[in-house]
Write a new protein. Structure first.
Ligand SMILES: NC(=O)c1ccc[n+]([C@@H]2O[C@H](COP(=O)([O-])OP(=O)(O)OC[C@H]3O[C@@H](n4cnc5c(N)ncnc54)[C@H](OP(=O)(O)O)[C@@H]3O)[C@@H](O)[C@H]2O)c1
Length: 239
């Protein structure tokens, strides 16, 4: 008699301790995935892991800009099973309030690009062999600030524009993996509050509200490209 063994698909979600990354991690665990998730603040990541309470969550504290940490994420993911999805979600807004470009310090801009551009590409490069073997998917989490010229959003917005273009070019260079940029839209998170310091952001939707659109992207696998959570093709509950 043969017994079928269920192998849990493995996902890497950066920035899994709170906000959209945490909401997505919870949903992917519910779907039976193994999630390798990170964040810099160990206590926050541990608190999230204990709240989500799943043996399939592998929390690894660290900074995505650290090559040794990125290597640890990849090793843990490959050890856990077939790597099917990389979600580059961790992001840096930059100073709050955000400075105008004329006043933007080079060190601050470099820090934003290190997290939002260089680290995601480095993780992609490291994950590509395993993702290719497993018909995998890469999702880079982007923002409307990548395509709209909002005053004061030059640092973060231009970094997300670079990430969008990396997503688009990777998609044509590597048709053997599916590459998406996903814009969740405004959601009520720590980063959103930092972007609007002192403002009441309680009218913004919770990050959980845009997770169904993300899951629909995974389920329907439309053509590679840039999708907003509000796009009719992905908005709504997953099929
Ligand atoms: N919120 C919005 O309205 C909005 C709108 C458009 C796009 N987005 C995008 O959505 C994504 C999630 O944003 P969010 O609002 O959920 O942010 P958030 O609540 O601030 O959460 C960010 C997560 O990333 C982690 N993180 C930050 N820097 C990191 C680093 N260098 N290395 C590892 N982990 C790091 C944070 O934990 P630690 O601080 O402990 O590291 C946290 O877990 C981002 O890509 C953001 O650009 C958000």
């Amino acid at each position: 008699m043969t017994r079928s063994v269920h192998i849990s698909p493995v996902v890497i979600v950066t920035g899994a301790s709170r906000g959209f990354g945490r909401a997505l991690t919870a949903a992917l665990l519910d779907r039976g995935c193994t999630v390798v998730g990170d964040a810099r603040r160990t206590a926050d990541l541990e608190a999230t892991a204990s709240a989500l309470n799943s043996p399939r969550l592998i929390p690894i504290a660290g900074d995505v800009t650290d090559p040794a940490h990125r290597a640890a994420l990849i090793v843990a993911a490959i050890d856990a099973g077939p790597l099917r999805l990389l979600v580059n979600n961790a992001s840096r807004l930059g100073p709050s309030p955000q400075p105008a470009l004329a006043d933007y310090l080079a060190a601050d801009l470099r820090a934003v690009y290190n997290v939002n551009v260089f680290a995601p590409l480095a993780l992609i490069q490291a994950a590509l062999p395993a993702l290719t073997d497993n018909h995998g998917v890469i999702v880079n989490v982007t923002s409307d600030a990548a395509v709209e010229a909002y005053e004061g959003w030059g640092g973060y917005g231009s970094s997300k524009a670079a990430l969008d273009h990396i997503s688009a070019i990777l998609a044509v260079e590597r048709p053997d993996v599916q590459v998406y940029a996903f814009d969740p839209g405004d959601v009520r998170t720590e980063m959103h509050q930092a972007a609007f310091p002192g403002e009441d952001i309680s009218d913004r939707p919770e990050p959980e509200s845009v997770v169904p659109a993300f899951l629909r992207l995974l389920d329907t696998r439309p053509a590679a490209g840039r999708y907003r959570a509000s796009d009719p093709s992905v908005a709504g509950a997953p099929a």
